[in-house]
Design a protein around this ligand. Structure first.
Ligand code: ADP
Ligand code: MG
Length: 449
């Protein structure tokens, strides 16, 4: 490959733009871990070449972040290009230390900690009461009550917040506790393969009282890391050290995960956080309002609770947007202003259009809209077709007939059947449930106005 291709000014700007778009779709931690080491080296009308620091990095991105990249490219108005990864082997690997090879690896875990994610700022409601109580118990007496503590729930519901709260409380009490996103663990493991410094690796995770690993569903992607995680788990557990884990799904739904890990997770307590109900949403909104020092009436808080998707991260995002808007325009925040601002926001039903669903599904499966419309009965086409119908049922207000119309003129019983079938598959097939989760996250992710 031509590593010395010089980018024009406009290409450099495009890369900056693409990076910004990616940044909107992943957490800051994920961005530093995977994307800051990435470079655009070539852009043609058909292809875009990205240089990755190593093959592990490029494979990880291909397995986990292609949707984010494709969407970002589209938003930067350069869609329809094939993404190719080029591995940076300009300098031989033996010359580089692991740190140089992974300049983006943040092993200093205190950098990942948000001090605001403490118990004081965590609002308790029916949706998270059990998880909160279990977290408190673990903070009180680590290693004795619930071990491991496994908290799951979909994005933006407070898992990271709770893990931080446990960590902060334990640190206050002088315990040696370590928090890290699962991807950092994976990354550290992979870099250790290169340096062979296993003493250092094992000491880091095994000489502590409490290990908190966030988003363990990422273990799905690396078998050797799961192996190492298993040993780490055992080493800590047998010495009665506390382990706290979070995931976006229950253990048995993590794709490719081995039964022996699932059964380890079951030794302790597995607890779920649900989306907040109306009352809890209102309470959270009022709490955030006071933190942001905003002036919003109870009425408006209720309106927001009723109209913003039930995910606390979105609620926060919406409030921040309203705050910015009101400050910029020096306007008072009343109901009509709020209505105007959140018009086009994504309350689950109502504002997600069928076009968006079709767009995301066809992109995800790499099929054409015309194929979804066609009468073809290949599984590679019927599955995305049925998934699209299921999502349309779930996220739009369209009738069965209308959805059938958008799906190439199918009748309402076909739509009903598809919806039913996917709902059932979702409970039986881990791949399907994880695909649906990804698609739904994609659908409900963005606040736009
Ligand atoms: P997750 O890790 O489950 O995706 P986070 O812990 O990152 O979600 O939470 C998303 C945002 O919502 C954070 O800013 C967090 O402080 C806030 N949040 C979540 N749950 C609560 C809660 N119960 N009370 C107050 N804020 C919350
Ligand atoms: Mg999180």
């Amino acid at each position: 490959e031509n590593m010395n291709h010089y980018l024009s000014i406009s290409e450099k700007n495009i890369w900056i733009l693409i990076q910004e778009k990616i940044q909107e779709k992943v957490t800051p931690q994920q961005f530093t871990t995977w994307f800051s080491g990435l470079n655009l080296i070539k852009l043609t009308t058909k292809e875009i070449h990205l240089r990755a620091p190593n093959s592990f990095c490029s494979e990880w991105i291909e397995n986990n972040y292609m949707d984010a990249i494709m969407l970002s490219l589209k938003e930067a108005s350069i869609s329809n290009r094939k993404v190719k990864f080029v591995i940076d082997n300009s300098s031989s690997e033996s010359e580089l230390s692991a740190q140089n090879n992974y300049p983006f690896l943040n092993t200093n875990s205190s950098a990942n900690i948000n001090k605001n994610y403490n118990y004081n700022n965590f609002l308790v409601g029916p949706c998270n009461r059990l998880a909160h109580a279990a977290a408190l118990a673990v903070s009180e007496s680590p290693g004795t009550t619930y071990n491991p503590l496994f908290i799951h729930g979909s994005v933006g519901l407070g898992k990271t917040h709770l893990l931080h709260a446990i960590l902060l409380r334990l640190q206050e009490k002088g315990h040696k506790a370590l928090y890290l996103p699962c991807e950092s663990f994976v990354n550290h493991y992979i870099s250790t393969i290169k340096t062979d410094d296993w003493d250092n690796f094992r000491n880091k995770y095994r000489q502590i009282d409490v290990l908190l690993i966030d988003d363990v569903h990422f273990l799905a992607n690396s078998q050797s890391t799961r192996e190492e995680f298993f040993h780490t788990f055992n080493a800590l557990y047998t010495r009665q050290k506390q382990i706290v884990l979070s995931s976006d799904c229950p253990p048995e739904e993590i794709p490719t995960i081995e039964e022996r890990l699932i059964s380890r997770f079951r030794w302790g307590l597995i607890t779920r956080i649900d989306p907040p109900g109306f009352e809890t949403s209102v309470a959270i909104i009022q709490k955030k309002i006071s933190l942001l020092k905003m002036d919003i009436s109870y009425d408006v808080a209720c309106y927001l609770a009723d109209n913003v998707v039930s995910n606390i991260r979105e609620i926060e995002g919406t409030l921040t947007n309203i705050h910015k808007y009101a400050t910029m325009n020096k306007s008072k925040i009343d109901l009509s202003l709020v209505k105007q601002i959140i018009k086009g926001f994504s309350k689950q039903k109502h504002n997600i259009g069928i076009e968006k669903i079709l767009n995301i599904v066809t992109k995800y499966y790499g099929v054409q809209l015309s194929q979804l419309h066609s009468k073809r009965k290949l599984r590679s086409i019927t599955l995305p077709r049925q998934i699209a119908m299921h999502l349309a049922r779930k996220f739009t207000n369209l009738s069965l007939e209308e959805i059938g119309g958008y799906m190439g003129g199918r009748d309402h019983t076909t739509v009903m059947h598809a919806d039913y079938k996917i709902k059932k598959l979702k409970t039986l097939d881990r791949n399907i449930s994880s695909t649906l989760r990804k698609l739904e996250n994609e659908l409900t992710k963005k606040n736009e106005y």
